[in-house]
Ligand binder design. Structure first.
Ligand code: ATP
Ligand code: MG
Length: 268
């Protein structure tokens, strides 16, 4: 399944209009007294990939969770495809949060599969229980997607019977099964043994080539260089630098970005 199978978003805006799939302005979030996001601005064009990098605790996961409605931001706006705008200062309704969740799907660092459900049940849970789609249709699609990622024979297995790489591929299929407009990946390979990282990154690259719009938090710099249309460096709850991967990863303009990349390349 590719995003071109989905109904075209943007409808009335017509050809020539700006084709941003995601526009975030002034996103703010505090946990108690701890202001984690100060003012985050992002734009991701339709079919493009934005990679977020930044130190531990800088707010990357919180940004993704706000984009998926798992956290309620305190301020700022999120617009998806010019069709759905949440103004957090004005307290979006439950219906708006549900609409946001319907348009975005998250792939988690630790897979977050339901342990008591089989692979197939994990994949169809969202489409059937949340989106109220017919179970037979959701099952057929799930089986086809599991086949595509080489996991058809694991459909009836439980997560604990799978390797981390297999679990994460199920996590990706589960996200795709929701037919979202936007895919969010939170360090999708950081919990994997090194030899399992490649399969997952290859799958994400294939999805990018198929035209999925994605925001990916990753510190796999070579992967970021290949897959990203833009890389943004998050520091202290702000995006302090962004640019084309060939520029930002090779010749960052900000000292903080330079230090971060240096630490990543020379950890010892
Ligand atoms: N549910 C929460 N309650 C309280 N504080 C939180 C919560 N979630 C995140 N934080 C705090 O927000 C800050 C940013 O966390 P976040 O997980 O977004 O960082 P990150 O950039 O994803 O870090 P990492 O690279 O370690 O995953 C941290 O100081 C964290 O302790
Ligand atoms: Mg994180």
């Amino acid at each position: 399944m590719s995003p071109t199978d989905l109904p075209a978003a943007g409808g009335a805006s017509g050809a020539g209009a700006a084709s941003a799939l995601l526009t975030v302005r002034g996103l703010q979030k505090s946990f108690g007294d701890n202001q984690v996001l100060h003012s985050v601005d992002l734009t991701v064009e339709r079919g493009q990939v934005l990679v977020l990098i930044g130190s531990s605790g800088s707010g990357k996961t919180t940004v993704l969770r706000c984009l998926n409605g798992l956290e309620h931001a305190d301020g700022g706006t999120v617009d998806v495809a010019g069709e759905l705008t949440l103004d957090f200062a004005a307290r979006p309704t439950k219906k708006q949060f549900n609409a946001l969740r319907d348009r975005s799907a998250m792939v988690f660092q630790h897979y977050n599969l339901f342990p008591h459900m089989t692979v197939l049940e994990n994949v169809i849970e969202g489409p059937v229980m949340v989106q109220k789609r017919p179970k037979s249709e959701a099952t057929d699609e799930a089986v086809a997607m599991l086949e595509r990622v080489g996991l058809a024979e694991k459909a009836d297995a439980y997560p604990f019977e799978l390797s981390g790489g297999q679990q994460q591929r199920v996590g990706i299929v589960r996200a795709l099964a929701l037919k979202p407009q936007l895919l969010l990946f939170d360090e999708p390979t950081s919990a994997l043994d090194p030899e399992l990282v490649g399969d997952v990154l290859r799958l994400i690259k294939e999805l990018a080539a198929e035209g999925w719009t994605m925001v990916i938090v990753t510190h796999e710099l070579e992967f970021a260089r290949e897959v990203a249309h833009e890389v943004a460096f998050v520091d202290g709850g702000r995006i302090i630098e962004r640019g084309h991967p060939s520029q930002l990863l090779r010749d960052p303009q900000q000292e903080r970005t330079r230090q971060f990349l240096h630490r990543l390349l020379f950890p010892f």
